[in-house]
Unconditional design. Structure first.
Lengths: 388, 291, 316
């Protein structure tokens, strides 16, 4: 009579049992150093997270081949949050409670990175995030660090460049994504410092298929000397540039570092000519003078990546590379994986040359990058070249 | 600033024509089977993706476009044979979820085979914009308008003048009666899926030069296409076109005059309002039910 | 479902929930079960609306998101106590559902689906854009749930809370289904016109069920926000609405226990599919399509049907 219900209950009990099966605990003597990572290798930002993971896997393997770290092997425990902060949150918990990692890296985008931070704080675990939002390190959280330049740094670098070129009035077109909104806030907040007025302020969605209405409004704003399109990565900035040329707009265009990728040039074609963006030095490593401190690191990175994966490294991989190198450097200096010691060591990172720039961290600066880490590039003849 | 208004209208009509083509696909299948095919957006994406990958492999554009249309048509037929036909008689909502499942399959397959990157197509007749009434239009938009009009005329001829077209219409009005007079309703269903696939691919290929495409481009188009179709009255061809154009223009006007961030909200609010006064959509007409 | 079956089902559910902690699960396993329980409650509500009265809601996550954001905003920006915020969220959601229910429920079939879809999309767009209050697309952190002066922390405490909640809701739903009101609902699903002819005020019933399921979703949204300690606009988005719908259809329409099975399945499946990496979407789609083709009524009704057939054959 009740057998069907009993069946169902048995199935669900079985399911729960399979979950409750204890995960084998890590061995106790000379265990590997476990580095946990939560990245978005699938989902809308999978094209960012995928190279990030590849970089981590590559360098963890290399470090192990070269003898490991403080006499122990590195072990990478990585999860894909599918661009969903809820999953990132769950996996952060899993890394801490089940996998018992010694530190965490990750958060391909700001929402996923932000979702992981509270767990690191609660568990007292060093967490080097790869998200762009300034909220990760402002106000400074004890256990949270980050490798990409903050959106404020990017905004200010752009404003500085504009000022150098004599621009005083601009139109702003920003994406409604977290990155775009954050960028907009920073640009609005810092513009006056550089003597620039934001005379037009429009926004568009990352999935929009047309931004001519917004650009039309910008075009009809009087006295503009330049346009700043604060876009994320993806097809939208290319589309915006095309709409821009279609409308016959000729003012110079600036974009943030997220726009520096081959896809933009592929999709926007000639519409991208002349656009200027800030970027980390390693992106234009070939154009750097030999005296530039970032050149060697950048070249080595590109070569290694190409040797193993047979394609060009994507700029997004830089964030996880830097995070891993900072982690390795800190563990070396701390001499152990004691979480508090490693955290202190990270905070004392001085002059570590990463792909994003030179990191100089302190108790009030858990990012460690300054404006000098960003160089301006310009699209010329379909390639990113060092801007003058 | 009437040239601004003209510009907004042009943008709206271009985007609207895109939505209209998507909505037509929904209408076609709904007509044949009273089924809403949530994989419609994926047909659009498939056509565009296959075509752009072929172009990147240096194949000539017409060949690439044909390949894209063929791929989507074949997928439509496969979908009907493998996913819809075995489930005939299942409750409606189950069929709906099946179409969602197929959408995932198509999206997942493209993700695995063609990757996660973004792709575009070259504009069919060059990049130079066209100037008209103080506003500019990309030459591709003219292609979109032109082909959409051609398709509408073609479909009108097909449903009005050919036997197979009239058979499809008959099936949509009353499947049982159609079968009684000898119409093979299975073929009608398969045909409508094939046509929807082809239509979707044509739409995808037309707009890929403007909006680019990627493995997940089908989601938004699927939703907007459904919205346009529902707005026009599901199952009504003219309704789909009007719904699509209206939706596009509404979005563009809101983005231009109010706030770009809320253009979707205004569009959807408008749809809700229409539904309050016309519960069957603009062209849905009155429904009589057998009690 | 008859009384003794329901009682047995509840007893088994309670037993399973009691036994689970004794198996020594880790925080991760607890996390999954907690999330399943929370989704199951939403799905039971949605199933009442959908499985029993046949009203398709493609925007249910909007109510879930409303509750979540109400809790998040009121506790973060206005320092309200968590329970008050939750109640306010539920009340607001209920009012909104009531206001839209009359015009929306007049729509039928796919137009109703579009109407609810529109609602959901409007909600998630608003959440995404009002950055000052909601943190925009980056989302916002949510303080822990504080009740009667104590903070609810730790997986076990949450497990107890959600398990109790699930049991209460299951019992209530079973009672509802078996009551005159429940029979009215089933009559509406059978044929709305016939139900009206029989004297049932269909509009009132549909409206009430709509509001009830909306409020349930809102409360669970609030709880989930506190549990995850973070909320993003995606919580109210289309993907979430479709996920809930899948749980209903998968587990079994018009089946309270089916709701739980559906919630478990849809929540656990991605975890197992992780091994497939970039094939995950494809495999998920294949499983979903195949499941719906071969089990069109959902898992629980199909199993029940198969068992009934076997029993009948054995009895011959």
């Amino acid at each position: 009579m009740n057998s069907s219900l009993i069946r169902i209950a048995a199935v669900s009990a079985g399911l729960m049992l399979s979950l409750a099966a204890p995960v084998p605990a890590a061995a106790q003597a000379a265990p590997p150093i476990r580095i946990g990572a939560v990245l978005s290798t699938t989902g809308p930002v999978g094209f960012i997270g995928d190279p990030q993971l590849k970089v981590l896997e590559l360098y963890v393997k290399r470090i192990n081949e070269q003898g490991g770290l403080i006499g122990r092997k590195l072990e990478l425990v990585a999860y894909d949050d599918q661009s969903d902060p809820n999953n990132a949150n769950t996996f952060a918990k899993r890394l801490i409670d089940s996998d018992k990692v010694d530190m965490m890296i990750g958060g391909t985008i700001s929402p996923t990175a932000l979702a992981m931070a509270p767990h690191a704080e609660r568990a007292g675990l060093p967490y080097i995030s790869t998200g762009g939002s300034a909220a990760l390190v402002e106000p400074v959280k004890k256990w949270v660090f980050k490798t990409p330049p903050t959106d404020r740094l990017v905004a200010e670098r752009i404003l500085q460049d504009m000022k150098d070129k004599g621009i005083a009035r601009i139109g702003l077109l920003s994406e409604t994504s977290g990155f775009g909104q954050s960028g907009r806030k920073e640009v609005q907040g810092s513009a006056q410092k550089y003597g620039i007025t934001v005379a037009a302020d429009e926004s568009y969605g990352a999935k929009d298929t047309d931004v001519t209405p917004q650009l039309t409004k910008i075009r009809s704003t009087p006295g503009l000397q330049a346009v700043l399109v604060f876009s994320g990565a993806g097809p939208a900035p290319a589309m915006a540039l095309r709409n821009y040329t279609q409308l016959g707009m000729k003012l110079p265009v600036w974009m943030p570092h997220a726009a520096v990728n081959q896809e933009l040039i592929k999709l926007a074609g000639s519409a991208a000519e002349g656009a200027r963006m800030p970027t980390a030095a390693f992106v234009v490593v070939d154009a750097l003078p030999d005296s530039d401190s970032s050149k060697a690191v950048g070249k080595a990175f590109y070569q290694t990546y190409k040797d193993v994966y047979k394609t060009d490294a994507s700029p997004f991989g830089a964030n996880t590379y830097d995070a891993l190198m900072i982690a390795v450097d800190a563990i070396k200096r701390a001499g152990s994986t004691d979480k508090a010691k490693v955290r202190d060591a990270i905070e004392h990172t001085q002059g570590l040359i990463g792909l994003n720039g030179t990191f100089r961290m302190s108790a009030d600066d858990h990012n460690g990058l300054k404006m000098d880490s960003l160089r301006m590039v310009e699209v010329r003849d379909g390639r990113f070249t060092v801007g003058k | 600033m009437s040239s601004q208004l003209v510009q907004f209208l042009f943008s709206g009509l271009t985007v609207g024509a895109m939505y209209a083509l998507a909505a037509l696909g929904y209408a076609l299948i709904y007509n044949a089977s009273h089924l809403v095919n949530f994989a419609q957006g994926e047909f659009i994406m498939l056509g565009a993706m296959v075509a752009s990958v072929m172009v990147e492999a240096r194949l000539p554009l017409p060949v690439a476009i044909a390949a894209g249309i063929a791929a989507a048509t074949a997928t439509g037929v496969l979908m009907e044979r493998l996913a819809i036909r075995p489930a005939r008689g299942a409750p409606h909502i189950t069929l709906l979820i099946i179409t969602l499942g197929v959408a995932l399959v198509i999206r997942g397959a493209v993700q695995v085979v063609l990757g996660k990157g973004n792709h575009g197509l070259p504009p069919f007749s060059g990049e130079a914009p066209v100037h008209f009434a103080g506003a500019t239009l990309s030459s591709q938009s003219l292609w979109v308008f032109g082909v959409t009009i051609a398709i509408v005329l073609l479909l009108a001829w097909y449903f009005g003048r050919t036997r197979s077209g009239k058979a499809m219409l008959a099936t949509s009005h009353n499947a049982l009666a159609a079968r009684l007079v000898g119409i093979d309703t299975q073929w009608v269903l398969m045909g409508s899926f094939a046509m929807s696939g082809a239509l979707g691919a044509i739409g995808g290929v037309l707009v890929a030069p403007i909006t680019f495409t990627s493995y997940d481009a089908g989601v938004v188009l699927g939703v907007k296409g459904f919205a346009a179709a529902a707005l026009g009255g599901l199952g009504s061809g003219p309704g789909a076109i009007v719904g699509g154009l209206l939706l596009g223009v509404l979005e563009a006007l809101t983005a231009g005059y109010l706030s770009a961030a809320y253009k979707d909200v205004v569009a959807y609010l408008a749809i809700l309002l229409v539904f309050i006064f016309l519960p069957r959509g603009l062209f849905g007409g009155q429904r009589t039910d057998r009690v | 479902m008859n009384r003794s079956r329901s009682r047995a089902g509840v007893a088994i559910l309670a037993a399973v929930l009691l036994v689970f902690p004794l198996l020594g699960p880790g925080a991760y396993a607890y996390d999954l079960v907690i999330r399943i329980s929370m989704s199951a409650v939403v799905v039971i509500g949605l199933n009442l609306l959908f499985g029993y009265t046949g009203q398709i809601s493609l925007g249910h996550a909007a109510f879930y998101g409303l509750g979540a954001y109400a809790s998040a905003i009121l506790t973060t920006h206005f320092a309200w106590p968590a329970l008050a915020a939750m109640a306010a969220g539920a009340a607001a959601t209920g009012l909104l559902a009531l206001a839209v229910s009359r015009p929306i429920l007049k729509l039928s079939g796919h137009h109703l689906a579009m109407g609810t879809l529109a609602l959901g999309l409007i909600a998630s767009t608003v959440f995404n854009n009002e950055t000052r209050w909601t943190g925009g697309s980056d989302g916002m952190p949510v303080p822990p749930l504080a009740m009667f002066g104590a903070e609810l922390a730790g997986e076990f405490a949450w497990y107890v809370l959600t398990s109790l909640l699930l049991l209460v809701v299951v019992v209530a739903a079973l009672n509802l289904v078996d009551s005159p009101a429940g029979r009215a609902l089933q009559a509406i699903r059978g044929s709305e016109t016939a139900a009206r002819v029989a004297g049932i005020e269909t509009a009132r019933f549909k409206s009430r069920v709509f509001v009830l399921s909306a409020v349930l979703a809102s409360v669970m949204g609030s709880l989930a926000a506190h549990y995850v300690a973070f909320i993003t606009p995606g919580a109210a988005g289309l993907a979430r609405s479709v996920e809930f719908l899948m749980m209903v259809v998968f587990g079994g329409m018009a089946s309270v226990f089916g709701s739980i099975v559906g919630a478990a399945f849809v929540t656990l499946l991605p975890q197992f599919l992780h091994a497939f990496e970039s094939w995950e979407t494809l495999v998920l789609g294949l499983i979903l399509t195949a499941a719906m083709i071969f089990m069109p009524g959902g898992i629980v009704p199909t199993l029940r049907g198969a068992l009934a057939r076997r029993r009948k054959e054995a009895a011959r």
